[in-house]
Design a protein around this ligand. Structure first.
Ligand code: SF4
Length: 232
């Protein structure tokens, strides 16, 4: 496990819970707006990576103060030790939320099947065919589609989410994604902020940024297809 950071307490990362957030390092995507550029490049937030034992000790000590654990990244499903890491956290007694880009459906399937995660948030970056040029050249559309299907067929809580920048996401994109996740429990359209991103050269001016009223228009498009759409 390559643990690049730990956020000790959060009220916003695990719906309805006070959670910590564990950031795993390394990613197979190259999202221009990524807010964790150090992790995406395989580095750590601080001067050194954190050990698993440090995380387990922290979680033991925070029993009664934290309600849940978020495993985020980077892309957590790339890590070979993720299954046993989740097992250990569940044994300590915490529900687990996983943040993922959906590129490793077989890992998601196993985590759900074995009851190792309680909530999953999957990013859908853009329309399936646009992943090739905009996010990663060797991204498999089949993997993204499989992850969506596995999550929607599961019985755990979930959300899909899309970060909205104009060069990746327009009304047609949102409609296409919403049709793909037709009937899903929750779809979050996320406002982009240009501080500390992976490719700042693409955001020198504000042409990529949606205004609030434009995001509400995207929400109205998505709301025709999903059970609940929010803007955050
Ligand atoms: S936003 Fe997520 S999937 Fe994209 S590069 Fe960053 S960590 Fe990877």
């Amino acid at each position: 496990m390559i643990i690049g950071g730990l956020h000790k307490s959060s009220l916003i990362d695990y719906p309805g819970k006070i959670s910590c957030v564990i950031f795993l390092s390394g990613c197979n995507f190259d999202c221009p707006y990524c807010h964790n550029p150090e992790l995406a490049k395989g580095r750590s937030h601080g001067p050194a990576f954190l050990s698993e034992d440090l995380i387990y000790d922290f979680l033991e000590n925070r029993k009664g103060f934290l309600d849940g654990v978020v495993i985020s990244g980077g892309e957590p499903t790339l890590q070979k030790g993720l299954i046993s890491f989740c097992e250990k956290i569940r044994l300590i007694g915490y529900p687990v939320k996983l943040d993922t880009n959906g590129s490793r459906p077989e890992v998601i399937k196993r985590l759900i099947k074995e009851g190792l995660i309680n909530y999953i948030a999957m990013d859908i970056k853009t329309t399936i065919l646009n992943y090739f040029s905009l996010i990663k050249d060797d991204c498999s559309p089949d993997n993204i589609l499989s992850s969506i299907r596995i999550i929607m067929e599961s019985e755990i809580d979930y959300e899909f989410r899309t970060t909205c920048i104009k060069s990746l996401v327009d009304e047609k994109t949102v409609e296409s994604i919403s049709q793909l996740i037709n009937g899903s429990k929750l779809y979050a359209l996320q406002q982009f902020s240009k501080t500390d991103v992976l490719h700042p050269e693409l955001f020198k001016d504000n042409f990529n940024i949606y205004q609030d009223d434009e995001l509400m228009q995207l929400k109205s498009v998505a709301s025709r297809w999903v059970n609940k759409c929010i803007v955050r």
